[in-house]
Write a protein of this length. Sequence first.
Length: 45
Amino acid sequence: MNLEHLTERLHRIRDTNHWKPFHSPKNLAMAPVSKWPSWWKSSNG
């Protein structure tokens, strides 16, 4: 996974959860941690 792909996925999480008004680099970086189980499952079939 390259940086561009990771950034796209983070933006998708942000937009799906309507977090854009609350977006900060710290909060965006923490998003995958809170979504990891569902993110991992959808990525790996």
